[in-house]
Design a protein around this ligand. Structure first.
Ligand SMILES: Nc1nc2c(ncn2[C@@H]2O[C@H](COP(=O)(O)OP(=O)(O)OP(=O)(O)O)[C@@H](O)[C@H]2O)c(=O)[nH]1
Ligand SMILES: [Mg+2]
Length: 461
């Protein structure tokens, strides 16, 4: 039986702020008010509410739906704002886990010192949630990679979850730092130390790049000085979009495991890039294309990606496109396959049928139709390259390292993170260049034969 419940964990400032935006959007889509009471009319809204919500008896006649979510931060400020904000009554009070120091943008504090002190409480809160789940499918983590808590404690938490729930799926929505949005100089350190962990300790990472969000808000949406709420509005659209197949009945990729099966051909290459269309310009009320082929073209266009890289310079290993609203499935399938045919050099030919298409009749609130894609493209190496350059420039001179070593971290871990990221970039490049002509088995045999010949030669000598 496929798994059902997902537990959301939002960690650190970005995690909780993005999380608030995500839950707000989810409430609207499922016809729930801000206290979790159902006020909608469409039965599709309630069919799979149990994926993200626990139903609790509220009054005699009505239930309340409580998010299956844990809110974590090493300082209490952001969580306190959440508690006293419009969603204050939504979350269970015992699902907040906070410290009082913060990690001061230091990954080592999040992973080794301050965070390590909070992680047991965090796992206790998680256990309370898992014990109430019938068939848990897995966890989703929302965090940033540039600070100290979401990145460091987020990584520690993932390794603990992997240890305790080895057969459950672990997905992350990870916000990558950009100098256009933040001025903290050590962010490339924190990001790369996190990527080093994410490679092993989770199954799927949806990459959300503040650089791309900044470009979309200032360029396409013409917002002069975008704030986090502008960026988070875009993230929640995408989070709702990619989770539609988990939240509405009868969908392709209906649980996290199927998602991974179809999108992740190699376990390390699990960093996915989301895209969305149409982006809506609130001021001009302009729509960025309405026909299905236009929506489809936008999904595979660099401008609509939430990751700052250019897919034209890489190749798609896999992708999934989700269309929302009243859209004919034949038309959607045709548009996607037509695009793929016309740009076949951008898709690896050794994974046939590597784009899946699904349809959800419920559109996002306030829109008639929309489309979302999640792609596994080798061009994402550009993002890792950007982090690596920022990292290596400082690491060469050992700049700012004392902040980390003072927390007991070994410099070796920095070197390992650097070489692991270099390897990852090389792996993407290798699959980008791989063609279907090579017979893998033959290649393996040849290599073995060569090896044997070499050994025999050695023996003769
Ligand atoms: N998109 C988005 N990015 C954010 C938000 N808040 C912070 N960031 C980014 O996240 C990074 C900083 O991480 P935070 O999430 O603030 O840090 P933290 O996890 O709370 O860790 P510490 O405060 O260092 O303990 C920077 O790259 C910021 O630009 C947010 O609400 N939305
Ligand atoms: Mg913080």
């Amino acid at each position: 039986m496929p798994g059902r419940e997902i537990i959301n964990l939002q960690v650190g400032q970005a995690g909780n702020q993005v999380g608030e935006s995500f839950w707000n959007a989810l409430l609207l889509e499922h016809g729930l008010d801000q206290s979790g009471a159902y006020v909608g009319t469409n039965p599709l809204q309630t069919a799979r509410l149990d994926v993200y919500f626990t139903e609790v008896a509220h009054t005699n006649s009505q239930s309340k739906y409580v998010p299956r979510s844990i809110q974590v931060d090493l300082e209490a400020g952001v969580c306190n704002r959440l508690k006293s904000g419009p969603l204050g009554k939504l979350f269970r009070p015992d699902t907040y886990v906070t410290g009082n120091s913060g990690a001061g943008n230091n990954w080592a504090k999040g992973f080794y010192t301050e965070g390590a002190e909070l992680v047991d409480a965090l796992m206790d809160a998680t256990r309370l949630q898992t014990e109430n789940a019938d068939t848990l499918q897995g966890f989703q983590v929302i965090h940033s990679l540039g600070g100290g808590t979401g990145s460091g404690l987020g990584s520690l938490m993932l390794s603990k979850l992997r240890e305790e729930y080895p057969d459950r799926m672990l997905a992350t929505f990870s916000v990558l730092p950009s100098p256009k949005v933040s001025e903290t100089v050590v962010e490339p350190y924190n990001a790369m130390l996190s990527i080093h962990q994410l490679l092993d300790s989770c199954d799927l990472t949806v990459c959300i790049d503040n650089e791309a969000l900044y470009n979309i808000t200032t360029g396409m949406l013409k917002i002069k000085q975008p704030g986090f709420s502008d960026l988070n509005g875009l993230i929640s659209k995408v989070m709702c979009g990619v989770s539609t197949s988990l939240r509405f009945p009868g969908q392709l990729n209906g649980d996290l495991r199927k998602f991974c099966t179809n999108l992740i051909p190699f376990p390390r290459l699990h960093f996915l890039m989301p895209s969305y269309a149409p982006f809506h310009d609130a001021r001009t009320q302009a729509w960025q294309g309405t026909s299905i082929p236009e929506l489809t073209a936008a999904l595979f266009d660099r401008k609509n990606l939430l990751v700052a890289c250019d897919p034209r310079f890489g190749r798609y290993l896999t992708a999934t496109a989700i269309f929302r609203g009243k859209i004919a499935s034949r038309e959607a399938e045709y548009a996607v396959h037509d695009l793929q045919k016309r740009n076949s050099h951008n898709f690896v030919e050794w994974i046939p049928d590597n784009i899946s298409v699904s349809l959800v009749s419920v559109p996002p609130v306030g829109q008639k139709q929309a489309a979302i894609a999640l792609a596994n493209s080798t061009s994402i190496q550009e993002v890792f390259q950007r982090s690596l350059e920022g990292f290596s420039a400082m690491f060469k001179r050992r700049a700012f390292l004392h902040w980390y070593t003072e927390e007991g971290m070994d410099v070796m871990e920095f070197s390992e993170a650097e070489s692991n990221t270099k390897d990852l970039i090389a792996e993407y490049q290798q699959y980008q260049e791989a063609s279907a002509d090579v017979d893998y088995e033959e290649e393996q045999e040849e290599q073995e034969e060569e090896g044997q010949a070499f050994e025999e030669e050695q023996q003769l000598i």
